[in-house]
Design a protein around this ligand. Structure first.
Ligand code: GBH
Length: 479
């Protein structure tokens, strides 16, 4: 809360410190224990879809090494651990009865966390849709939302009373626009209208899923995690550039905040996308189904964007961070140009701009003052080098985490109700279309041996967590 010159920054008592992972990125064991295929199995096994053809078949082998990983979580002293449940592991075809062997895996994990005094924060959907549901149409199809609600209810029955926070979806922006518009994520479709239908059915899945959880557990804490885009205009004085900012905000942020928290899609979003779809997939009554009370809103934050309206002349830059995708994720915003923002950058090519974290938290606090916030992901990939003695001096990651946690502290000082912070990620893992090439972990994973090694950032984070205090500076320069 208070900043003192030399002692760094104290966080409010009871502030939750955690770290996060996701099922497909760490578990491996893709065909074991009765697990069915997900869209990410299909996608990653399709030539050309991921860097080096990497797949999540083995990943960090967390499915077998979960107990060792619990040990690291306990040694870090984390208050909470955010993980996701692989839908195709517990309900292989996305419908029908649960697979007891899959459920048992998560049950053991949750019990293991509780035994170590760590709160389980479970996400029901972190992108691994059962392939059979995609074969039936995927998220552009309304029935998928009902299948999700059924799955959510079954899991609430199995783990409900032991899970501290239930998160319905992780980053529906990615599921909808990267999965169905740009096609750089599974299932790799490039159909703009379908992407907007996916936006709606993901929102509907949240509402139906949250209601299903509460039907089993009336006091369950229900949340959803969104990834926020902070877009800034190239020329703040330009009306056209300001309009580009508004359109990005509508597609990326308000397409979710509107229905989830205000009960309607923004008018400007409907107007901006009118040439793509008439939104007839939105049925009477959906608004009421989607808007359910949120116990906490999860915020994932990584970087900012710089945008302008392309005037149609000169070379168009495409700094969307996803290379030469077949399509654009920015449905109906073809003339919005993403300009490479000033650095420094992480190994993802994303710019480092902690001010966007403070801005996001304060905006959400201003617009939804009654909704507690939790930073459910923040972190950075860098090219880590292993020193001769085996140490990993990841100063730049420490600096990144330091500066972003400080930015969270600034938002708290300014009045935002932020309850916790989760570092992405507990360990290096399958970074989606970038495979194993990009490392976000505070713990290194040797993919040949499976060995886990704490990076300097893990030691640094453990000290921070134990003191509930951010030291004045991180080591390194952040460049
Ligand atoms: C999260 O996605 C995921 O939840 C997690 O699974 C993943 O491993 C992690 O972050 C790291 O990628 O295009 O240059 O403007 C984050 C996805 C990252 C997508 C930031 C939008 C904007 C950067 N988002 N990105 S840029």
């Amino acid at each position: 809360m208070n900043t003192t010159a030399n002692n760094g920054r104290e966080f409010p008592e009871g502030f939750t410190w955690g770290s996060a992972t996701a099922s497909y990125q760490i578990e491996g064991a893709a065909t074991e224990g009765g697990r069915g295929p997900s869209i990410w199995d299909t996608f990653s096994h399709t030539p050309g879809k991921t860097l080096n053809g990497d797949t999540g078949d083995v990943a960090c082998d967390h499915y077998h090494r979960w107990e060792e990983d619990l040990g690291h979580i306990a040694d870090l002293g984390l208050d909470a651990y955010r993980f996701s449940i692989a839908w195709p592991r517990v309900q292989p075809g996305g419908r029908g009865p649960l697979n007891p062997e899959g459920v048992a895996f998560y049950s053991r994990l949750v019990d293991g966390l509780l035994e170590r005094g760590v709160k389980p924060v479970a996400t029901l959907y972190h992108w691994d849709l059962p392939q059979e549901l995609e074969d039936a149409g995927g998220w552009p199809v309304r029935d998928t939302a009902y299948r999700f609600a059924e799955y959510a209810e079954l899991m609430a029955r199995e783990l409900g009373d032991r899970v501290d926070v239930w998160t319905t979806l992780n980053e529906p922006w990615c599921s909808a626009y990267l999965g169905y518009a740009s096609g750089v994520h599974a299932p790799g479709r490039t159909e703009p209208a379908a992407a907007l239908a996916a936006v709606h059915h993901l929102n509907l899945a949240h509402g139906l899923g949250g209601r299903a959880i509460r039907s089993v557990l009336p006091d369950a804490k229900v949340s959803v995690t969104l990834n926020f885009h902070v877009a800034r205009p190239v020329d703040p004085a330009s009306q056209a550039d300001q309009d580009a900012v508004r359109r990005v905000d509508a597609l990326a942020n308000r397409a979710f905040l509107g229905p989830l928290l205000e009960g309607a899609y923004p008018e400007d979003l409907l107007r901006d996308t009118a040439s793509v779809t008439d939104w007839s997939f939105v049925q009477d009554g959906d608004a009421a189904l989607i808007r359910i009370p949120l116990d906490v809103l999860g915020v994932n934050y990584y970087s900012t964007a710089l945008v302008r309206t392309w005037d149609g002349t000169g070379d168009r830059s495409s700094a969307d961070g996803h290379g030469d995708a077949a399509g654009s994720p920015w449905v109906g915003a073809d003339d919005v140009e993403f300009v490479r923002p000033p650095g420094p950058y992480t190994a993802m090519g994303w710019n480092i701009d902690p001010s966007g974290m403070t801005e996001t938290l304060l905006r959400l606090h201003r617009d939804y003052p009654d909704v507690p916030l939790m930073v459910t992901e923040n972190g950075a990939a860098f090219e880590d080098t292993v020193a001769e003695d085996g140490a990993i001096h990841d100063d730049r990651r420490i600096a990144y985490l330091h500066d972003h946690i400080d930015a969270v502290g600034q938002a708290i000082d300014a009045g935002a109700d932020v309850r916790g912070y989760f570092a992405w990620s507990l360990m290096d893992n399958f970074e989606w279309s970038y495979g194993y090439d990009r490392r976000f972990g505070i713990i290194r994973v040797d993919y040949k041996t499976g060995e886990r090694t704490w990076k300097d950032s893990a030691h640094w984070y453990r000290d921070l967590v134990s003191g509930n205090r951010l030291p004045e500076t991180g080591t390194g320069t952040g460049t």
